[in-house]
Design a protein around this ligand. Structure first.
Ligand code: PMP
Length: 359
């Protein structure tokens, strides 16, 4: 079967060139006579793959020298615990912005370890916009501010980094690498890989090196950032194949022209989709245009009874995984880096045609 345009929120599409290269190297990585999956993580071959991946990521994001890059497991969900366990640093309170369902999960986990102050809450407006900065109630005693720059389910994305005077921690699972980023504005950034980075099973953490000295006593060794910093993310066996594939994705991004080029491409893709929705009476998206996500575009149709038909016909047209998250319904098109502009164009052509026939 021909490859489809897969709008899944994650695990998501990977660049075809990356998959082809992985296929070519599957049985014999660069004359070693073995697959990357079969290599010792401590051997010089895998070490070179690991080091190159980190170097390419550092170049893509211009990561300053005083930041460590970790290649971990446990998903972004494990970071919901690792962040308070490591970054409270003797304090007992933290500020969180609640802008969607992933923020809610981060808040719930942090409450096990500290007093959480929700400095701004978008829930009352159903996560369609972020309360204005001047209304936020930040806590002077907070160790850090945690937020979710892009809410994968609700399709709400900050277009700028919040201005606060405490360390900022960001769950960038569904936005990292989608556009240029000023890493130095953050104390720590984390992201599950399965959207813009590579396959599931790998979690990236980028953390300022002066924040690594204290974790809550009793924190399991595996949940202490310093453990992984001191062992170059090889305290235990890392997810070697996912790390390798992420490295191929980083090379692909560099070949595309880097994050400025990707950002422009992603902006065009999102604009095309939102303008199709806004110019139609048939489709709707409730999110404040100032906070609309470039990566995850939820939408509804005027006749919800046709949702199943929409999904069936879309699938027949090679457009798959467009159902909205089970908690919000409707549809969602996730248009990460690996979704080509042609995929979004095919989707909007289908949407216009469907509306003409059913609207
Ligand atoms: N945060 C965000 C913003 C997400 O989109 C996701 C996954 N969709 C998670 C956290 C949870 O990630 P994981 O499944 O890797 O734990």
């Amino acid at each position: 079967m021909a490859r489809v345009f897969n709008f899944s929120a994650g695990p998501a599409m990977l660049p075809e060139e990356v998959l082809v290269q992985a296929q070519l190297e599957m049985l014999d990585w660069q004359g070693t006579g073995m697959s990357v999956m079969e290599m010792s993580h401590r051997g010089k071959e895998f070490m070179s793959i690991a080091e190159q991946a980190e170097a390419d990521l550092r170049e893509l994001l211009s990561i300053p020298e005083n930041y460590k890059v970790l290649f971990l497991q446990g998903g972004a969900s494990m970071q919901f615990a690792m962040v308070p366990l490591n970054l409270l640093r003797g304090r007992t309170q933290a500020d969180y912005l609640n802008t969607g369902l992933w923020s809610e999960k981060a808040v719930a986990e942090a409450k096990k370890y500290c007093q959480v102050n929700v400095a701004a809450d978008a829930k009352p407006n159903k996560y369609t916009t972020v309360p204005p900065r001047k209304s936020w109630r930040c806590n002077g005693e907070a160790a850090y501010l945690h937020y979710t720059p892009n809410e994968t389910i609700n399709g709400l994305e900050f277009q700028t980094v919040p201005e606060v005077d405490i360390p900022i921690v960001a769950d960038m699972s569904s936005t990292l690498l989608s556009r240029p980023l000023e890493v130095s504005k953050f104390a720590a950034i984390y992201a599950g890989a399965q959207k813009n980075i590579g396959p599931a099973g790998l979690t990236l953490v980028i953390i300022r090196d002066d924040l690594l000295d204290i974790s809550i006593p009793g924190t399991p060794t595996m949940l202490v950032y310093k453990t992984h910093v001191e062992q170059q993310s090889m305290y235990n066996t890392p997810p070697t194949y996912a790390w390798y594939l992420a490295g191929l994705v980083f090379k692909w991004l560099k070949n595309q022209g880097g994050l400025a080029v990707m950002g422009e491409r992603n902006r065009r893709k999102a604009e095309l989709l939102y303008s199709t929705i806004d110019n139609s009476e048939f489709y709707g998206n409730p999110v404040d245009p100032n906070y609309r996500s470039w990566m995850n575009v939820p939408f509804t149709i005027a006749k919800p009874e046709l949702e199943k038909v929409f999904l069936q016909e879309a699938k027949a047209a090679g457009l798959v995984t467009l159902a909205g998250h089970r908690s919000v319904g409707g549809f969602r098109a996730s248009i990460y880096n690996a979704m080509p502009e042609a995929g979004v164009q095919t989707l909007v052509n289908f949407m216009n045609d469907f509306a003409n026939r059913n609207g």
